[in-house]
Design a protein around this ligand. Sequence first.
Ligand code: HEM
Length: 140
Amino acid sequence: MDEKTLEIYNDSFEYCLSKEGFLPRFYELFMESSAEVREKFINTDIKRQARILKKSLYILTMASVGTEEARNELIRLGKTHGQQGMKIPDYMYDLWLDSLLRTVREFQTEWKPEIEKSWRAMLDPHIEMLKSFVRQDATK
Ligand code: HEM
């Protein structure tokens, strides 16, 4: 990850998270994205759902910084979301990222393509890793 990308991401991340409506809007777009996504959250308390989105963003950001703790957390999530757990299919991760990037676009003043690129560069590798858990053979 080059310095410039990291800097653009950090500025945008802090800016967006400081905006009051950011997380609720992300949540709204993600829930609107498909009935199957809503279905997955059917047994999760509404307050908890909102907190989960915030936590998930922090985990992915920490993982990009590359601490051991963050890596372990990602593996744990891979297991709870993967074949042995909630079986979240690839396309739902894509909906998650699309909803997030749409929210960034809505909230970010002076939006430019580099901003979206930086979010993708930061989050894509970790999302790929989470996706890989659902492709693993369930019998293993
Ligand atoms: C993109 C990366 C994602 C990250 C980093 C992430 C992270 C998390 C975290 C931190 C939790 C809280 C429970 C725990 O700590 O184990 C959670 C719960 C949950 N996630 Fe994700 N998640 C992601 C994507 C998704 C997607 C695409 C779905 C699809 C619907 C999903 C569905 C759920 C559900 C249903 C729960 C609630 C489980 C419960 O009620 O306890 N997640 N996620």
